[in-house]
Design a protein around this ligand. Sequence first.
Ligand SMILES: [Zn+2]
Length: 134
Amino acid sequence: MAYDVKKTEDEWREELTPEQFEVLRGKATERAWTGELLDEERAGIYACAACGAELFKSGTKFDSHCGWPSFYESVRPDAVELIEDKSHGMDRTEVRCAACGGHLGHVFPDGFGTPTGDRYCMNSLSLNFAPDEG
Ligand SMILES: [Zn+2]
């Protein structure tokens, strides 16, 4: 897929913190229960930490007790890119930012009790939260 936001790995390395780079460009996963956005409950929008594209609304965030910020759907279906991921001996679906290709996390079909049944299990490091004004 060709991304609208295209930068070299060196450019990303300069713009992102080392921790963000590891996740967004290296597909690392932050340790469970360590993410800054895990307990964020204010109304607002979650955007890609790499390129600023809007990805999730606060209203779709739910407490999944999995240790990472979880959402049941993206702000628009085309805001994220879903890619089959068979790494680490698991059969998972990787979620990337559709604008820049940055790794966000994975989506699992175990969002029990949510309108979609999906659980977008995201890294806090991949997201920037902007609370609604007022
Ligand atoms: Zn992005």
